[in-house]
Design a protein around this ligand. Structure first.
Ligand code: NAD
Length: 419
């Protein structure tokens, strides 16, 4: 992750957040300390045969933060800015996310330092199969179940599942989630994170006494999470007026049709150039006067430099870590209601959990059952975090962390320290 100078390192942010949550809990200092460290960290440097016949070395990671509540779960990121500390932070956030929605997993994260857009399909497959083999010492349906994240997709998950299965000698669908439906993926998984974001937006609007019908929305990032969030929010009656991606953004006061923007993006590779909308920068998008802002791209986009320009009432974090602690403080002072990543984007891991259960049982649910169960989990989790926020007089972020750290801390206490 390339951070603007002076930005805190994401692992330091994650540690600060843990310390804040711990200060509200009667947490044993030893258990607090245990939670500060990832349980295990794997760094792999591996060769990949490129199309021109050369061999290139890539670096990858797989970090397990905690295994106390169950096997580890967490995405795999392909991005040039992947670092050990960004993986550590995201693995810790996964532990909290799984605990907030109460799925029986611990947190993990993995990634490869690469730009997937610069690799051919063959190179991407070679890299994926070799990386999967390198991390196979940690990965299994019982121990660690990866999923997609930025730069990876269902096809890449299928290659991971196939590689693992080839080594085992039999097909093991439950080793990875976010797979295509044809090879054991779950219905509704691809849209699950965005669908979860939209359920949370609707609950938050209810809490704030605002109507969904006609509420204006800006979405940063138009990949898996951003596009699904925009589509679902429009279905719920909201008016999506701004959308952006890495190239820039588009704005229309009359509202954009996310389906149409998606069709344009598939052709053009970016939202930019979409007819009938004005070009705006990402900074302008974050400062739009809208009812709802959904950052769904990368981390640390809301910072001390731009948080005071934000003109929304509600922020729902589709991305992981989009808000720095300083921005959090500024937004809190402005009275913005912010639903943190560990709750807002937990729809993905929730349906991943459903996919894993279906894979283990070889018994598949209907899309209706999946969406219904997802709705139940997201609404219940929102209410639990809100209740904690009101009880302790803290922000939704701190409340989510308190709830999660308490659940993990109690599990450690009950299991005991071995030997
Ligand atoms: P993706 O690769 O599908 O899409 C990312 C989008 O963000 C693209 O539109 C890209 O152009 C845009 N983007 C990248 N850098 C940007 C920048 N600097 N400024 C503005 N836009 C930028 O990724 P995704 O899976 O949608 O993930 C997005 C975020 O959501 C990440 O933080 C990820 O960790 C988080 N997340 C994803 C899932 C999931 O199920 N995919 C689940 C939970 C959280």
């Amino acid at each position: 992750m390339k951070l603007p100078s002076g930005s805190p390192n994401p692992y330091q942010i994650a540690l600060q957040q843990l310390d804040i949550a711990a200060s509200y809990l009667d947490l044993d200092p030893g258990i607090h300390d245990m939670l500060r460290y990832p349980k295990r960290e794997l760094i792999v440097n591996f060769p990949v045969k490129m199309d021109d016949g050369s061999v290139k070395i890539f670096t990858g990671y797989r970090i397990h933060h905690s295994t106390v509540r169950g096997p580890t779960k967490g995405g795999i990121r392909y991005h040039p800015d992947v670092t050990l500390d960004s993986m550590r932070a995201m693995a810790m956030w996964m532990t909290w996310k799984c605990a907030v929605v109460n799925v029986p997993y611990g947190g993990a994260k993995g990634g490869v330092v690469c730009d997937p857009k610069k690799l051919s399909l063959t190179e991407l497959e070679n890299l994926t199969r070799r990386y999967a083999t390198e991390i196979a010492i940690l990965m299994s349906p019982e121990g660690d179940i990866p999923a997609p994240d930025m730069g990876t997709n269902p096809q890449i998950m299928a290659w991971i599942m196939d590689t693992y299965s080839m080594h085992r000698g039999y097909t093991t669908p439950a080793v990875v989630t976010g797979k295509p439906v044809e090879v054991g993926g779950s219905l509704g998984r691809y849209q699950a994170t965005g669908r979860g974001v939209s359920f949370i937006v609707l609950e938050a609007l209810k809490h704030l006494g605002m109507e969904a019908d006609g509420a204006t929305v800006a979405v940063q990032g138009f990949g898996n999470v951003g596009s699904a969030s925009a589509l679902m929010l429009q279905e719920a009656g909201c008016r999506v007026v701004g959308i952006s991606d890495i190239e820039g953004g588009i704005y229309s006061a009359d509202g954009l049709d996310p389906k149409d923007v998606l069709a344009h993006t598939r052709e053009a590779g970016t939202v930019v150039g979409y007819a009938g909308a004005d070009f705006i920068t990402n900074q302008e998008l974050l400062a739009l006067p809208v009812d709802i802002l959904v950052p769904a791209a990368v981390e640390e986009v809301l910072t001390r430099d731009n948080a005071s320009h934000v003109r929304t009432k509600l922020i729902v974090e589709g991305a992981n870590g989009p808000t720095t602690p300083e921005a959090d403080r500024i937004l809190g002072e402005k009275g913005v209601f912010l639903v943190p990543d560990i709750l807002a984007n937990a729809g993905g891991v929730t349906v991943s959990y459903f996919e894993w259960v279906q894979g283990l049982q070889r018994l598949f649910w209907t899309e209706e059952q999946i969406n219904e169960q997802l709705h139940r989990v997201m609404v219940q989790s929102f209410q639990e975090v809100l209740h904690m926020a009101q009880e302790k007089g803290v922000t939704m972020r701190t409340a989510g962390l308190i709830l999660a750290v308490n659940r993990v801390g109690r599990a450690i206490l009950i299991r005991g320290i071995y030997p």
